[in-house]
Design a protein around this ligand. Structure first.
Ligand code: FES
Length: 198
């Protein structure tokens, strides 16, 4: 036993292993498998209690972001490849967005053909305006007037060329009968640290 080791109380050894073990070990420092398991269990229990009792974190209320459910158009009113502009999730900076029926199935698309999608208009690179850049033949937005990034609207707005390295934020849609609603965002809008704080 080194001077840093503490001898185990024989009463404890007896309680765990019975009198034979005490006779065998006396006051020697000995930790057999059962003692080790017991000690480990106590340690684990202490950590669990500490976590459960956990300080202030347990009292911090959860923050839940809720997007407005906003009516943005009617399915019957959409014409293929003719974007409809709207703002979302508010009317603040960089909220300009577009709703379009692509005529081709797309990720996140709604409607019988799953081809109606919506995207924010602001380039994720340095905020270039993408209004008026929709290309019906390729179903893309772009190239961006600043550094030429182009975004694929059939694949959740992923960039396919240019300087941006983040997808275009997609507006999540819901169809209720003939009515189309914006109900959330997938991706962070350029210029915001929180989509709901424009
Ligand atoms: S701002 Fe659009 S590519 Fe740079």
């Amino acid at each position: 036993m080194t001077k840093h080791q503490t001898p185990i109380d024989p009463a404890l050894i007896e309680a765990i292993n019975g009198p034979k073990e005490v006779a065998k070990t006396g006051k020697r420092c000995l930790m057999n498998r059962r003692q080790f398991l017991l000690t480990s269990g106590i340690t684990t229990f202490t950590v669990m209690v500490a976590l459960k009792a956990g300080p202030a974190s347990a009292k911090v209320p959860a923050v839940v972001s809720t997007y407005e459910r906003k009516h943005i158009g009617k399915l019957s009113g959409l014409k293929e490849d003719e974007p409809l502009d709207f703002t979302y999730p508010d009317d603040g900076a960089y909220s300009e967005s577009m709703l379009v029926k692509l005529g081709r199935e797309a990720g996140g698309g709604i409607g019988p053909d799953k081809d109606v999608v919506a995207f924010n208009y602001t380039c994720t690179h340095q905020g270039g305006p993408l209004q008026g850049t929709y290309k019906s033949e390729d179903k893309v937005l772009g190239p961006c007037p600043l550094h030429l990034t182009t975004f694929d609207l059939t694949r959740h707005g992923i960039f396919i060329s240019g300087q941006a390295y983040q997808s275009l934020p997609q507006v999540l849609l819901e169809l209720d009968g003939d009515d189309i609603y914006a109900v959330g965002m997938f991706g962070l809008i350029y210029g915001r640290y929180d989509n709901l704080k424009g």
